[in-house]
Ligand binder design. Structure first.
Ligand code: KG4
Ligand code: ZN
Length: 337
């Protein structure tokens, strides 16, 4: 098969990102312009501000990606872009840039699902083995996805309320930590020997998740301590919260991996950067002797390399978008084969 060289664009939330990927795994260049600094002031992502930042950055980021790769548009096989889910205004900036680029250089355009991208970040590390189970944990999603082959997705469990990352960010706010809170809670949790005891939401024997009860338990704990005039110990709250999240995520992922008899388990999404979660999953799957992979930290959080990796498999399967494509904020994860 001849080389497939794909320029990928990702603008679904607060990172303006582009990357050039060869054959689905080789990273030729990868540029991420983060707006975390400007979002910090507001304690979260303000959609209008995110869109403005994308508008300012997108052309610079694409040019830098081509420059770093030392490539011209004529070297490319296709252009890929995140179609959804995400903030509609943010998605549209990437999509319009991709459409203009595809039109100007007569390239096919491939619309990529953001979560498929997170999952395929693992293909940048090593070939995926099927059947496969993916634990997707990000700011907007918490899902267990079964894949019997490339391009086949079956969501076997998902969150009924908050996403794991959302719960991290909300609890961080309670502890007066800046946005995004995940990395701060992770760091604090490792500074405590003992954690406050918080509940675990097992939801019987389903593969679904729930984090809003845990989040409320943390808020109530802080509230009760305040009323009693006692100081909370943030490290112990962080550890108690993280232990609850990690225990439930690990136990359900292990049970699903065994039931579906998978050859590989992967973790994906921003929360898979969590040290506590990575260690817990690594240890659990070492014990079960099921191969487990998680991407390097920079490919766990939003980036375009993962979009380029997924797009290569879509390209090979004949998936093509066209210039009428639009941003789909609530796009569902569907199989492309
Ligand atoms: O995948 P991502 O970059 O964006 C979405 O698609 O949502 O995930 C962002 C989320 C944020 O909620 C952030 O707090 C969380 O990932 N996150 C972490 C860690 N690093 C990022 N959560 C827990 N521990 C971390 N180390
Ligand atoms: Zn994401």
């Amino acid at each position: 098969m001849s080389d497939r060289i794909i320029l990928a664009i990702e603008t679904s939330c607060d990172e303006t990102a582009a990357a050039i990927i060869r054959n689905g795994h080789e990273i030729i260049s990868n540029v991420v312009s983060s707006q975390i600094e400007s979002q910090k002031r507001f304690g979260g992502v303000v959609p209008e501000i995110a869109s403005r930042h994308h508008v300012e950055q997108i052309t610079i980021v694409i040019e830098e990606t081509l420059e770093k790769a030392n490539m011209r548009p004529s070297d490319l096989t296709a252009i890929a872009v995140t179609e959804g889910p995400g903030l509609v205004g943010a998605l549209l900036i990437g999509i319009n840039a991709a459409k203009a680029f595809a039109f100007a250089h007569n390239l096919p355009i491939i619309p990529v699902h953001h979560i498929a991208g997170h999952i395929y970040a693992n293909a940048l590390v090593q070939p995926m083995q099927f059947p496969l189970l993916a634990l997707v944990v990000s700011g907007g999603h918490t899902e267990l996805v079964f894949m019997k082959e490339h391009g086949s997705f079956e969501v076997i469990g998902e969150t009924r309320d908050d996403a794991a990352g959302e719960a991290y960010d909300k609890v961080a706010r309670v502890l007066n930590m800046p946005y995004p809170g995940g990395p701060h809670i992770d760091r604090l949790a490792h500074e405590a020997n003992e954690g406050v005891e918080f509940p675990r939401a097992w939801l019987d024997d389903t593969y679904d998740f729930s984090f809003s009860g845990l989040k409320s338990a943390v808020i109530n704990y802080k509230h009760n301590m305040d009323q009693r005039g006692e100081e909370i110990i943030p490290e112990q709250v962080a550890k108690g919260f993280q232990d609850s999240v990690v225990e439930v995520l690990t136990a359900k992922t292990v049970r699903a991996a065994k039931e579906f008899n998978v050859k590989q388990v992967i973790a994906a999404g921003g929360v898979s950067a969590n040290k506590g979660l990575r260690t817990s999953l690594e240890q659990a799957f070492e014990k079960e002797q099921i191969p487990f992979t998680v991407p390097p930290l920079k490919f766990c959080t939003d980036n375009a390399a993962m979009i380029g990796a997924a797009a290569t498999y879509m390209y090979d399967a004949g998936v093509r978008g066209d210039l009428s494509m639009n941003g789909i904020p609530g796009k569902e994860l569907k199989s492309w084969i």
